[in-house]
Design a protein around this ligand. Structure first.
Ligand SMILES: Nc1ncnc2c1ncn2[C@@H]1O[C@H](COP(=O)(O)OP(=O)(O)OP(=O)(O)O)[C@@H](O)[C@H]1O
Ligand SMILES: [Mg+2]
Length: 208
């Protein structure tokens, strides 16, 4: 039995990660692939419990270091209980956000370096990295428009940051992706959803 492929979707809020994860899971299942679709923070019982701690409450509930540790702990449980077992039985794991979101969000402000975040990932998750990571790119105005339609009011703690924050985040993702071109593929997410899905699948064709 071959190990499955581990694929993650990254990018800022409202770029279409969850939409694409669903479409990609369906497309791969239609080709007979055993797919496990999951998301962060969460994806296992322990990690979902930590997710509640992270997503609820005021913006300043956690300082940056506590927050980074909680994300790393949630990811460790998710990797140990969900992701590694699935990959080992040959399933493909599709994950909506992973360690690169911690690097982009927590690594920007708060004085935590990328090396610190990768060290936490080394301890928690034995440094597991995806085989392929898709960065969905969308201008912040269009992302905000899509989110306004989707959410019509309520936002959670992670999605309540201003537009300049979203722009810095997009720049940080682009920087991380550029530093590791073998793992990353950048996908223009402004197109209709089915065109975006087709672009993602085209990048996976050699594995199918
Ligand atoms: N290519 C697209 N064109 C137009 N609308 C889209 C496209 N992809 C997704 N949408 C819509 O945009 C909204 C945001 O998409 P989605 O929830 O998939 O983004 P996300 O990246 O998962 O957001 P979040 O960061 O909040 O989890 C949804 O209402 C979705 O239906
Ligand atoms: Mg989503």
């Amino acid at each position: 039995m071959n190990r499955g492929r581990f694929i993650t979707l990254e990018g800022g809020e409202g770029v279409g990660k969850s939409t694409q994860l669903r479409a990609l899971a369906a497309a791969l299942e239609a080709r007979g692939i055993d797919v496990v679709a999951t998301r962060e923070p969460g994806g296992s019982a322990g990690a979902e419990a930590i997710r509640s701690l992270l997503m609820e409450g005021n913006d300043d509930r956690w300082d940056a270091r506590s927050e980074a540790l909680l994300f790393a702990a949630a990811r460790a449980d998710h990797v140990a209980r969900t992701i590694r077992p699935a990959l080992e039985r040959g399933a493909w794991v599709l994950c909506d956000r992973f360690v690169d979101s911690s690097r982009a969000y927590q690594g920007g402000g708060g004085g935590i370096t990328d090396a610190d975040l990768l060290a936490l990932h080394g301890i928690g998750s034995q440094g597991l990295l995806p085989d392929r990571t898709f960065l969905l790119t969308l201008d912040t105005a269009e992302a905000a428009r899509r989110l306004a339609v989707r959410d019509a009011g309520g936002v959670d703690r992670m999605g309540s940051k201003p537009a300049d924050y979203q722009a810095r985040l997009a720049a940080r993702f682009a920087e991380i992706a550029a530093a590791e071109p073998d793992r990353w593929r950048t996908i223009d997410a402004r197109r209709p959803a089915d065109a975006v899905t087709a672009a993602i699948i085209a990048e996976l064709e050699s594995w199918l």
